[in-house]
Design a protein around this ligand. Sequence first.
Ligand code: ADP
Ligand code: MG
Length: 601
Amino acid sequence: MPDSIRLLPDSIANQIAAGEVVQRPSSVVKELLENALDAGADDVSITFRDGGQTLIEVSDNGRGMSDVDARMAWERHATSKIEKAEDLFHLNTFGFRGEALASIAAVAQVQMRTKREQDDVGTTIIIEASEVKSQEPSASNRGTMISVKNLFYNIPARRKFLKSVSVETKHIVEEFEKIALANPDVKMALYNGDKEVYNFNKGTLRQRVEQVLPKTRSGEYVEIEENTDIIGTHGFIGSPERSRRTRGDQYFYVNGRYIRSPYFMHAVSNAYEGLIEKDHYPSFVLFLETDPEKIDVNVHPMKTEIKFEEGTAIYSIIKAVVKRGLGSYHQTPDLEDSLLHRKLSETGIPTIKLPESPRIKVDKGFNPFGGGEKKRVPTEWEKLYEPFREDENQPQPDLEPDIFSPGTFSADPTKFDCIAINRQFFAATAGGELYVVNVKRARERVFYDQYKAMREDQRIGSQQLLFPRTVEFSASDFQILESALDDINAMGFDIRHFGKNTVIINGTPGDLPKGDERQMLEQILIDFKDNSQELKLEKRESLMRSLARNASLKKEESLSSTEMNELMSALLNSNEPGITPGGKSVMAKFQGEDLIALLRN
Ligand code: ADP
Ligand code: MG
């Protein structure tokens, strides 16, 4: 038998590497942006189309490449950033593997134009699926422009794996935001086709933070800074009111690199204990600076994870610094300092030496925590959830009733005897059967059915608001909202564009609880994101579910017996009375035999 092992051709090896490096269009954005920053650019502009699938173009004013380098850059393991193994331990660039460009070129059609300061002419190179098609001299200014077209055009399996344009767009915007937050001294712009998403001038970190993080949220940011022997930390922490039930606005960086570190993020959350609700996440932008020798960025191929030598000490420092930042508005500096010292000494780590006078910058001019009030008061909207939140955790009854399923609804609706058990449940009997009904879920089912029927009928009415509200979103949320706006309006909303990343709500569907339309829209967006990303539901469907859920949250006292009867008859008309659109049981049915079996002994 002949030998069968052979070396893979470069184009295939690169495609395989691309599987790791280029997961989706936003990975290309990340790699190209990081290269631009590594090249010393202070002005970077990105344009993408169709969620990055057809085009991603990044131009920078960095140092550019010679025509030989312009060719070399696309080879695998080609890098100017490390020469010898030791260099791996002193990294001060984002890149070092020399894999990104080779991987990108393996799965797309790429064009690069680049020029160094000292060269009279630049060079333009075209590469498709790892194959150099042409390289020619070309005129340009100092810097580099790379355009990546038709990502995964030669790998249908990967292309199919891409999510919708709006989801990929959101990833790109988020990637941009992560990098923009860490580089306030770089002018950075992002365009979705011809539309400007962001255009940031150079500025301070505070300005960048204020530009990137959603302005709609109440509460402010406090600047923190602390330098110890182990690490330096600085950044902004959000006041407790800015906390959210989703982990959205948490940005954590080590030596300028965005890092996912559940451990250190926990240190921050821990510092907020008692200030925010249990299931909420604080919002922050936090930078750790440390000797590159102390970390190992090699742990994860995408370089968003990191290993620290002194993890537990750093955890304590982060927690103490954040705590102090949170307290710095209503406690005297002396007390604060002693608290911090005590906190740190409690950790039993002798190596931490705090500066004599801790350098916490407090901008007394702006009041971050709304007059120093610390306890977060739930808004009306949140109170609505409360009775139902408990409901989700309620232990299931200790018996096995016939969980209601379509077609088993045998009782005559006109003859229900209903009795409220509490605000969450009521019991209904008819024809020798007993139903125990979850009020909120029953409503959710009924509203959903109504929306569906109305949609088919095209008669969803909108109720105009007396005082239209404007709501500004983060750029990434706005992208999603925009992509769903027609569908949202078709459901009875009247929402229009109102400037950049901003909409005005003129009307809402009649059924929805009135009050905080802004929070409602945010909640609908959160549901919508979950529904469409995780469950991959069709847009309308995920909106109907979200609206039904929101409508069902209307706060009320126990239902009257007429209302309970109406709810029962509405359920009876449903094709699926037994489950919510999301598949949870609406009610349990007990028949005569069930009761006999239950009470036999
Ligand atoms: P790495 O960043 O890990 O070195 P890449 O494949 O991303 O690997 O890039 C390869 C090389 O191409 C870099 O080391 C750098 O020398 C050069 N390069 C890439 N992008 C740029 C750019 N925008 N400006 C100047 N040089 C660049
Ligand atoms: Mg790189």
